[in-house]
Design a protein around this ligand. Structure first.
Ligand code: HEC
Length: 732
């Protein structure tokens, strides 16, 4: 804050001491902060509060005159100074948001102006708390006591027998269950929307009703059903949680203001698509060559929601959509598996999710082609080369000829869009697809996960060089089950063990060509696949279970040294470094994942915990390693998504810092990518691009929110957020 800095000056110290000794009144004016230099495209100034300069608060500039929602925000420095750099031409409303404050009145201004702002202290703790991220409210939930685990079922202690530990229950509530799809604790979930029509009902009945809303209703009913207990289960816990909030109970802790390097952040928020359609992921460049597609469009994947996939032009600030085709017209729609159970308070009975493309994750190659894991055909019609008698080398070892009925979420193939020719190309894979990443090899091998378990747990690949030369999808692909060398002879044999754990995230290790993945089964596993010379027959897998205190894993990544990084619901970023293993990694027991606990290291992330627990009550969806130092905190910096915290958690110098999106509240990161648009332009020429992947974009704070963090009349669309880190909080 300002005072300690001022005291650094000896002269001021003496003057102040004299003042105190003589009992003279404190000077009215604060010592003048050095001037705030700005350019014609910037807005800057000083934020002053009741006690002088306000350090570590946000100044937000928003306009409605561009082709997307647009807000750019920065943090004030020790002297309360701020500079919002490089704003596009428009009229802006500028205001202060910060912890301990309520939003200051919005001031209308233009670029190139000095705008000094007055921070408004929150009149009460209640009003201050309206600005706290969801996790502060969510962590007020009373969780079942440790003594209720292991569950012994309805005739025993009431807890379902499926829950062996408190951590497993928490995993379902925080991440691999409720928290997978949206925040809990934001305004839209900790209060009831007026349009829900539950007036006069008990809180438990109101919760029973609200969990049936919209196309997520069947999933929510299924998940809550798994958490029934004799004492009313999770439904009762949720009802009590909102009752306590309605009665005025407030979060147990107050979020710290951004500090240190966290104040160097510039956040730019755009939106794309519509409130009805959620976006799962985005891509901006070739991960291996982050200058590809410089300044170019950003491509999103809308998963179950729609076939019209979003595109954002970040230079012109224009959002469009692109209708992605399917190859076979009998490909089933996601609507079959996600019918509206009860009316949504936002969209009524409309079947808003209706997609046959079901694009989950895009990836870009060095030509700028976009590869979506997407459905092109019905699961009932696998191509002939999937069968053993086709002679396909992978099918001979492990044929894939199942023909399930209806819509199958992870039964996707690959659709490629070439922005140069505007053509779509379908690559029909025998294996289902989910996440994908390119190898750094001569074949530009694309490795694919499928998030399927047991007999469908396998790794797939496409030799994209061969595919573009021959257009022969069958000959260009391969797959292999995940076999662990449990007989310990160093190679794959008939008596080795087949792993039933499939890959969720997938990443390539440039250190040794291994392919790594995560498995979301409790408590979470990382899996390493060494392809070998002929992967259909030689690929060998290793599996490492996350040891205590870790639990709750989803997306993951690998750094350039081959270290695997995950962000965990236990409230950690964790690494698994195979180079640290001291014992054998194959042989008996290798398929259970208990080998090499010494490979793991845990770094706590920021945020409040549930009463009685240690780790932040986060639901961190993904981890992305900044292999090329795009953000500016060094190569190989691991970045975890802070899904309940409106933030990214970034590990730097052994400590996790938090890069927060203060406005609009409700940012729920899924896809992370980084691009260098101009390598000569320093921090200005680079940044991370992150989309909010919540299935409830309409829960995000809207532009005309009636209160902080709330949906308003103009429902929010999914966000695209640019994160840039300056060398200091005033750089422009
Ligand atoms: C498959 C994704 C998914 C999962 C898993 C999920 N939800 Fe939801 N949830 C949604 C969607 C989609 C909506 C928005 C419904 C609408 O209004 O259209 C929603 C809405 C809500 C709402 C707001 C309803 C209202 O009153 O407006 C609450 C509260 C909620 N979910 C809680 C939960 C809880 C608790 C769980 C775990 C038991 C859970 N959700 C699991 C997708 C999901």
């Amino acid at each position: 804050m300002a005072t300690p800095r001022v005291l650094h000056s000896g002269a001021t110290l003496i003057a102040l001491t004299l003042l105190l000794l003589t009992g003279a009144p404190r000077p009215q004016a604060q010592p003048a902060a050095p001037a705030v230099p700005i350019d014609a495209g910037d807005i800057g100034g000083v934020v002053t509060g009741k006690h002088g300069p306000e350090a570590g608060v946000w100044v937000i500039a928003e306009t409605t005159e561009l082709g997307t929602r647009f807000a750019k925000m920065v943090v004030t420095d020790d002297h309360g100074r701020y500079v919002i750099p490089d704003l596009p031409a428009a009229t802006y409303r500028v205001w202060v948001r910060g912890y301990g404050l309520v939003d200051s009145p919005r001031v209308t201004t233009a670029r190139g102006r000095i705008v000094n702002l007055t921070a408004v202290p929150a009149p009460s703790a209640k009003e201050a708390a309206e600005y706290y991220p969801a996790i502060y409210w969510f962590s007020m939930l009373k969780i079942p006591d440790r003594s209720l685990f292991p569950g012994t079922g309805p005739d025993g202690n009431g807890m379902p027998a499926a829950y062996k530990t408190q951590e497993q229950w928490l995993n379902a509530v925080q991440l691999n269950g409720c928290g997978n799809c949206h925040q809990l604790g934001d305004k839209a979930t900790r209060e009831f929307p007026a349009t829900l029509e539950v007036a006069g009902r008990s809180s438990v009945d109101a919760w029973t009703r609200r969990l049936q809303s919209g196309p997520g209703g069947s999933s929510m009913v299924r998940f809550i059903g798994l958490m029934n207990t004799n004492d009313g289960g999770h439904l009762r816990r949720l009802a009590e949680w909102t009752d306590r909030i309605r009665a005025g109970e407030l979060p147990a802790s107050v979020p710290p203001r951004p500090n240190g390097v966290e104040r160097n952040l510039v956040v730019t928020v755009y939106d794309w698509h519509s409130p009805k359609y959620y976006i799962h992921d985005l891509i901006v460049t070739d991960r291996r060559h982050p200058g590809v597609n410089a300044f170019g469009p950003i491509y999103g994947a809308a998963e179950l929601s729609t076939d019209d996939l979003p595109i954002l032009d970040p230079v012109k600030i224009i959002k469009t959509t692109m209708r992605v085709p399917i190859r076979d017209q009998d490909a089933p729609s996601s609507a079959l598996a996600n019918p509206v159970v009860a009316p949504s308070p936002y969209f009524g009975r409309e079947q808003v999710w209706d997609s046959r493309v079901n694009a989950h994750n895009p990836m870009m190659d060095r030509e700028g082609r976009v590869y979506y894991t997407a459905q092109i055909r019905s699961p009932k019609t696998p191509p002939a080369y999937c069968a053993a008698d086709s002679g396909h080398p992978s099918a001979k070892v492990y044929p894939l000829t199942r023909t399930p009925d209806g819509f199958v979420q992870n039964s996707r193939q690959v659709t490629v869009y070439d922005p140069k020719s505007k053509q779509f190309t379908f690559i029909d894979t025998c294996f289902g697809t989910h996440h994908l990443n390119f190898a750094e090899d001569a074949d530009d091998t694309l490795w694919l996960s499928n998030n399927l378990q047991n007999e469908l747990a396998l790794v797939g690949w496409i030799n994209t060089k061969k595919f573009w030369q021959t257009r022969d999808a069958g000959a260009s692909q391969g797959w292999s089950p995940l076999i662990v060398d449990t007989n310990g002879n160093g190679k794959r044999d008939a008596d080795d063990t087949r792993l039933g754990l499939g890959l969720y995230g997938i990443a390539y290790s440039p250190a040794d060509g291994a392919v790594w993945g995560s498995n979301i089964g409790h408590p979470g596993y990382v899996i390493r696949v060494q392809p070998g010379v002929n992967p259909s027959e030689t690929a060998l897998a290793e599996v490492y279970k996350v040891p205590p205190p870790g639990y709750g894993m989803r997306g993951f990544d690998v750094d350039r040294h081959g270290v695997a990084w995950v962000t965990l619901a236990s409230g950690h970023i964790a690494s698994f470094d195979r180079r640290r293993c001291t014992g054998r990694l194959n042989g008996p027991g290798a398929a259970e994942g208990n080998l090499c606990p010494e490979g793991w290291t845990f770094y706590p992330i920021q945020g409040p915990a549930f009463a009685g627990r240690d780790g932040a009550a986060e639901g961190p969806y993904y981890t992305w390693v900044d292999q090329h130092d795009i953000l500016g905190l060094g190569a190989n910096t691991p970045i975890g998504t802070g899904n309940f915290s409106d933030s990214l958690h970034v590990l730097t110098y052994g400590k996790v810092i938090q890069l927060r999106v203060p406005y609009p509240m409700g940012f729920f990161a899924k896809g992370v990518d980084g691009r260098i648009d101009d390598p000569k332009a320093g921090w200005k020429g680079r940044g991370l691009w992150v989309t909010s992947g919540n299935r409830t974009p309409m829960h995000i704070e809207s532009i005309d929110a009636p209160s902080p963090g709330a949906p308003g009349k103009t429902l929010s669309s999914p966000l695209v957020v640019h994160f840039q880190l300056r060398p200091d909080p005033l750089a422009h």
